[in-house]
Ligand binder design. Sequence first.
Ligand SMILES: [Zn+2]
Length: 347
Amino acid sequence: MRQLRHGLGVTLCVCSLAWALPAAVGEGAANAPEDVTLLQAMLRVVKGPGGRPYVSFRMDGELGAGTKLALAAFQRDNKIVESPVKPEGPTWTALRAALPGAYAGLRVLPGSRIVYFEATAAEAAKSIYEIESYGEFETGFQKQIVEMVRRMYEEHRIVLWITLTGWRRAFGTQATISRRASWAGPGESTHHYGRACDLGFRDFRWMDAGGMVRTDTDWLEKMSRELGPASWKMWKARDTIAFSLGLFKIAWEGVHLQAVEDERVNNARSLVKLLEKTGGMKWEVETKGRVAHYRCDLGRGKGMVPVGTAQEIWTGRALVGDAAMRKALREEFEKAERNWRAWEAVE
Ligand SMILES: [Zn+2]
């Protein structure tokens, strides 16, 4: 096994860097859609003596008449007699050799018809370096994410990146997020505590069925529009690795990964625990619908009074009579935020 060492101090395995070898394709072979798709993609990129590609129809992963004709034409032009086409046989070898340099890293996601370009080891090292040098993830979670990126590159040659807003999030940032995007108020997201990140596919390059090369967003918006549910295989490939590393996702946000299982953490109750740990007041919470409403003893050690939602408290609109107390409540939240590492998941 060869190891590629980068200046950034990241070691990446390159044992299978060359090619994910397809199985046999042709009469009497398995003709897995992923292998046929790769063959079609290569025959679309490689041009014949007339300057035209061998495949000009939409790639579908099926070994139909058009694909057989294209394959036969390529073999004839290259004086190859081989059927079925074997992984390390003369046809694949000649196809690979004929690929223009920019297409050298063409591959297909296993179990799919998604044609894409391998990312480089340097890109993987850069993403890993960004995460490793970030000081605001919980340590164990940080290691899991680094391993996640490393494994995704090792298995699929795909580089995942933390999205622009996917790092540790300030309470104040959460306050500006619309309730349509998230029900969580300030202090009520695992993002605040360095136990969550949004890990997407920034700049992922893939080839659509018509042969167009697309550069996608973290959320794979182009692929989602073009392929619909078939694009979910990308997320599945990511999540299979994430789950094996003990990471969790939440139902409604594809890019999000976190250190705790969503069903086993109540974000509002966890915030209450942190508030009591870091401040001087007693807190309770009750969730109505999806919004958590807090009660507090205001530091007086007597009865509990309703003080409103996290959003109201953070923005100085707590349901208490005087401005000084509204400010004091906000300060309790600020203390909790400063001590974010002390957060614990409460069910
Ligand atoms: Zn998220």
